[in-house]
Design a protein around this ligand. Structure first.
Ligand code: ZN
Length: 176
């Protein structure tokens, strides 16, 4: 499964950089010279790309950090990312919402119309998808399905099965 991670990371990174560049254009009001190269429907392409990276990202996230019970934790899901990446993802989250509320009121025309709210969210989705792929790439063990001796599903930080109380299998030596 890890063989898909590098191309997905590359796609998410391209989506993020393109969103960031277009977001900067929307903030400054200066359309980049390469904008026509993206074609008429580049907004749709940008949004379609989000779905392309988010289906595998959501699938991996469910495997890495099952949410069937207990609380969801971004920190646990992104455990393979360095702290600065987790903070950056949190920053993108806050920024996307602030940006959205600041920009929906404004009506602007021209080649950059509507680009500010779209790209603000696109940066968030591509950025977080990248972090999920990166976390899985750094810690491939998170993609394994862990079970207690009774066959109950375990999370990676469980030391005991929450359903039957059996001890979780010890971690593979050499990995944490
Ligand atoms: Zn159990």
């Amino acid at each position: 499964m890890t063989v898909f991670l590098l191309p997905m990371m590359a796609l998410a990174a391209c989506g993020f950089l393109l969103s960031a560049a277009l977001h900067w254009s929307a903030l400054t009001g200066l359309a980049p010279t390469w904008l026509p190269l993206l074609g008429e429907d580049f907004r749709s392409t940008l949004v379609m790309g989000i779905f392309v990276v988010w289906f595998p990202a959501a699938f991996l996230a469910q495997r890495m950090h099952p949410t069937g019970r207990g609380t969801f934790s971004w920190r646990a899901l992104l455990a393979g990312c360095p702290p600065w990446m987790r903070y950056a993802a949190g920053g993108l989250f806050v920024y996307a919402f602030v940006n959205f509320f600041l920009s929906v009121q404004r009506v602007d025309d021209g080649p950059l119309s509507g680009l500010r709210p779209i790209t603000g969210h696109a940066m968030l989705f591509y950025g977080v998808a990248f972090c999920i792929f990166y976390s899985a790439w750094q810690r491939p063990r998170m993609l394994e399905q862990l079970q207690c001796p009774q066959g109950h599903r375990l999370r990676h930080n469980d030391r005991f099965c929450p359903e039957c109380g059996a001890s979780a299998p010890p971690p593979t030596p050499g990995q944490e």
